[in-house]
Design a binder for this molecule. Sequence first.
Ligand code: NAI
Length: 454
Amino acid sequence: MILCTSRSLPEKFAIFLLSAQCQSRSRDLFSKMADELRFDGRVVLVTGAGGGLGKEYALAFASRGASVVVNDLGGDAKGGGKNSAAADKVVEEIRSRGGKAVADYNSVEDGDKVVQTALDAFGRIDVLINNAGILRDRSFGRTSDVDWDLVHRVHLRGAFKVTRAAWPHMRKQKYGKIIMTSSTSGVLGNFGQANYSAAKMGLIGLSNTLSIEGTKYNVLSNAIVPTAASRLTEGILPPDVFEALKPEYIAPFVVYLCHESCLETGGVFEMAGGWGAQLRWHESAGAMLRKGGVTVTPEMVRDNWTKITDWSGPVKEKTREENMTDLMTKIEEANATVPESKSLSMKEKTKQHKIAESSYTYEAKDVILYALGVGVTVQEDSSHLKFLYEGGDDFSTLPTFGVIPAQVYCSKIPSISWTSVTLELLNKCYDYQILILTFDISFQQQVLQFIRFD
Ligand code: NAI
């Protein structure tokens, strides 16, 4: 499976350089457009809005009528220090242009406090842009716990904390727009950014799940993958490219995604220098190895690897909605490859094999007799007394006792004859035991029975 962008990279750069020029010409016309996307009455919280991309978002939303919370801790690019000046300056700029804004100096790690600032100042929160970020680049082998943790705490945990604080308010008012800021380093990986890329990919997963959980409350979430000139990319991007990648070219995409007229959710959008595109998961046609009830072996996987990784056939978009249906179709196809004569007779058998619930009552003496019957003694192991002495505190049923009720149950199914029964006991994750019985019927098909012991 790969994540595809709608254009190849060299073409992309040509396009965004061109778009960047067009964008600056059309900016003057922005405010005059009759159908301007407005945010009057909306409250927008932008984290890390003291500079770079966040500042541009804050200015753009404010210019369109939103009340803006300018959050910024004001630290350095590596996450050290704090300073209120960064957020204050942006608030000043917004106010000097007639806009509404307040500053918030909390770290995104204190998400509750950040959101509280919005509620205290404006009484609600409609749009949340998770943007705050730091970098602590190191090659993977040299990445320390601190490098890993700090980056995750600001990017992933910070976004989680602020979003979780905003979430109940958005759900309650049945309106919310959330943006998670990811990165090409997450989507494609990048040398020296293991900590950052893992956190950035995590944000896409977080956004995807929020979009699933939020849709019915009209809380929509999307992830963005921007490339822009800022203190985080200074020295990383070549100077001429750096110049063409002004953060203000990203803001219009974010503003549109957060407008009430935009119903996108669960999307990932890449943008740079005025160019924008959507990223999607694609899947190769793949190969079903389980045909005719055959067990899949690692050797079969090896022998079919070229087919599994073959992209020459039809490439399918991987959507959340279709994922499970797709899987079921593949399983049905695999089952359908059982030879016709056998599969028909199996169908008949399956029809007759209506699995009805039944209960089986047993007493201590049944359990003890079973244990003795299968050769449990205390001579070999004194702890086995628990299977034989009902007066003991730890008196227990031998797990394989499950075959007894299973046999009784199966003897009530006249039309199925089975050739072997295998047992698997699941008792690790439940406060009861589950015995899985697999019946091999005429060596062709298996029937699973789940038996639960309370
Ligand atoms: P920036 O360094 O100019 O802005 C980040 C802001 O976040 C800073 O003002 C910083 O003070 C603030 N911040 C850091 N830790 C904070 C915390 N714990 N709580 C509150 N605020 C905090 O960087 P830039 O480039 O504008 O980045 C913005 C976001 O975009 C980041 O998440 C970054 O990872 C992401 N990004 C940027 C790309 C680019 O090309 N500039 C590429 C891909 C992603």
